[in-house]
Ligand binder design. Structure first.
Ligand code: UDP
Length: 256
């Protein structure tokens, strides 16, 4: 078998050339990074869970008419996606103060925000992904005003839908990050949801206990990341409770 051509390798994912023109394969790695990769660990099984969770969420979003790059899952770690031109902006939607906004504005973590807030960050590792405004985005040509409107409208729809979906399984959607791409088809271009949506890119808190079920477990050295991601998958109905049963040697079965 010939080796697939690697198009791009990021911190948690690899993109390979797809089987047909206009497609790519998105491979989920087990690497966990935080603070712009200053902290790094390999957490065995994380990629498999993120692949499944992201597949589930992208499918649900497609069902409500949100255009996405997702085509289908190929195996435990990979999915077939449409090739898009990634807009170099991270779109963050926040419902509750946590992480950088809590620090920046001196808000107590867990404070409900007056309304959902959208923020933009310029994707540039060398600069630590600085927060930018619409002015910066249009002035530097990263996206035009129409594209910004489209990304904001889609981000709010995603927020409404996912907030309800997670609420239904006892999870608060505190905040999350989206990425969008331009999909070209004949003479047409449309903005589609790209990248992934997983506990790596969302803050998810248990409604009753406020327990963190997301990457903050890694960022804050809380431990138990894999169990938390598994719990998210289980609540979404993706994983049956199929952890290997404890093997304590063969069990005698009555022959009666
Ligand atoms: N986020 C992400 N990738 C990034 C930065 C942030 O997925 O490069 C997500 C993060 O998981 C959280 C939300 O975006 O759900 C808001 O992150 P924040 O700005 O609070 O930054 P952080 O505290 O993660 O540095």
């Amino acid at each position: 078998m010939s080796r697939r051509r690697r198009i791009y390798e990021g911190k948690a994912k690899i993109l390979y050339e797809g089987p047909e023109p206009g497609t790519l394969i998105q491979h989920f790695k087990d690497d966990a990074t935080a603070f712009n990769a200053k902290k790094h660990e390999v957490i065995e099984g994380k990629g498999v869970l993120n692949n499944r969770i992201s597949e589930f969420l992208f499918k649900r979003l497609a069902e409500i008419g949100v255009p996405t790059h997702f085509i289908r899952r190929l195996n435990m770690r990979e999915q077939l996606i449409r090739e898009v031109e990634i807009i170099p902006i991270e779109v963050v939607v926040r419902n509750i103060a946590a992480g950088s906004i809590a620090k920046r504005l001196g808000l107590e973590e867990g404070t409900a925000l007056p309304r959902s807030i959208i923020e933009f960050y310029y994707k540039a590792d060398a600069l630590d992904d600085p927060m930018v405004s619409e002015e910066h985005i249009t002035a530097f040509g990263w996206a035009n005003p129409q594209e910004i409107d489209e990304m904001m409208a889609l981000a709010l729809r995603v927020n409404d839908y996912l907030s309800g979906l997670f609420y239904g399984v006892g999870i608060r959607l505190v905040d999350f990050k989206l990425e969008f791409g331009r999909q070209f088809e004949n003479d047409m271009m449309r903005i589609v949801l790209a990248d992934e949506i997983s506990p790596d890119s969302c803050r998810l808190w248990d409604i009753k206990t406020d327990e963190k079920l997301d990457k903050d477990r890694f960022r804050q050295d809380l431990g138990g990341l894999l169990d938390a991601y598994r719990e998210v998958a289980r609540r979404l109905g993706i994983l049956m409770d199929n952890r290997p049963t404890k093997t304590s040697g063969p069990r005698l079965v009555s022959s009666k």
